[in-house]
Design a protein around this ligand. Structure first.
Ligand SMILES: Nc1ncnc2c1ncn2[C@@H]1O[C@H](COP(=O)(O)OP(=O)(O)O)[C@@H](O)[C@H]1O
Ligand SMILES: [Mg+2]
Length: 251
């Protein structure tokens, strides 16, 4: 395995409040990792640390290369904004190189190929703000990946999608992970859509993280220890429900 990003013993505090407390985990090449935690658990803070936007108070972050593909939590593009899907993807190329512009034909081919591989070719010329949530996610993924980063981080990409679109996005990300040998860290407050596809889970609670396969982590004993409070992991017709503590994940 080859490690693309590794956090070791990371602490982050805002004022007197410790939001991350000794967080350690890594993401390997061709690995799809789900970062799971309730609202306010610290998921976005972890992304800011991974992206180098926030320096931890303690601990270290090691990267294979600086370049990270990023799909932020909230992207609002007005329907009238004159920005086509292909324009947004092309911006991902411009951000990446050291002032050496690709010839326009090569750029166009690269953008078309990227749109195709995320299933967005048919709306390549539509205004991004007029697309559905799932379609916009595809375009944002293409934007994040067009420069070929080794690591893709996605902050709650499923939060505003219906269940079917959410499953489609997870399937797409799982396929891209394997096809491109990407390391992927994708956050969610509900892990159910990720269960069939994620290779590993990093579960965040009380500022602390535990990582492993879902079988190792999503267990009453492991999560009770993490929460320092008795929680129960229930399987309700194939849907995982974590009950108790400060976090009730039911849908
Ligand atoms: N810049 C900041 N200043 C103060 N508190 C913050 C800041 N950023 C995040 N927090 C707090 O840290 C906690 C974790 O936030 P966040 O990482 O956004 O959680 P999540 O993404 O899991 O919902 C929250 O309680 C939030 O209010
Ligand atoms: Mg967040």
């Amino acid at each position: 395995m080859s490690t693309v990003v590794r956090l070791e013993d990371v602490d982050v505090s805002f004022g007197t409040r410790r939001v991350l407390d000794g967080v350690s985990f890594s993401v390997e090449r061709a690995e799809f990792v789900g970062l799971i935690g309730a609202n306010g658990a610290g998921k976005t803070t972890i992304f800011r640390v991974v992206l180098g936007l926030l320096s931890p108070d303690r601990g270290s972050v090691a990267h294979l290369g600086r370049h990270v593909g990023y799909v932020p939590q909230k992207v609002v593009i007005e329907p009238d904004a004159p920005l086509r899907a292909r324009d947004l993807v092309a911006l991902g190329i411009d951000g990446e190189r050291f002032g050496v512009r690709m010839p326009s034909r090569a750029r166009r081919a690269r953008v078309d190929e990227m749109l195709e591989s995320v299933g967005a070719a048919e709306f390549a010329d539509a205004r991004v703000g007029t697309l559905s949530g799932g379609e916009q996610q595809r375009v944002l993924i293409a934007h994040a990946l067009v420069g070929n980063p080794p690591l893709l981080v996605m902050d709650e990409p499923l939060a505003n999608l219906d269940i079917k679109s959410g499953h489609e996005i997870v399937e797409l990300v799982a396929r891209l992970t394997k096809e491109r040998g990407l390391a992927v860290l994708l956050s969610a407050h509900d892990m159910n859509a990720l269960l069939p596809h994620m290779d590993r889970v990093v579960y965040l609670a009380e500022g602390r993280a535990v990582s492993g396969t879902t079988g190792e982590v999503v267990r009453s004993d492991v999560l009770s220890e993490l929460y320092r409070y008795p929680v129960r992991v229930l399987d309700v017709d194939g849907t995982v429900v974590v009950v108790g503590g400060h976090d009730v994940q039911v849908r």
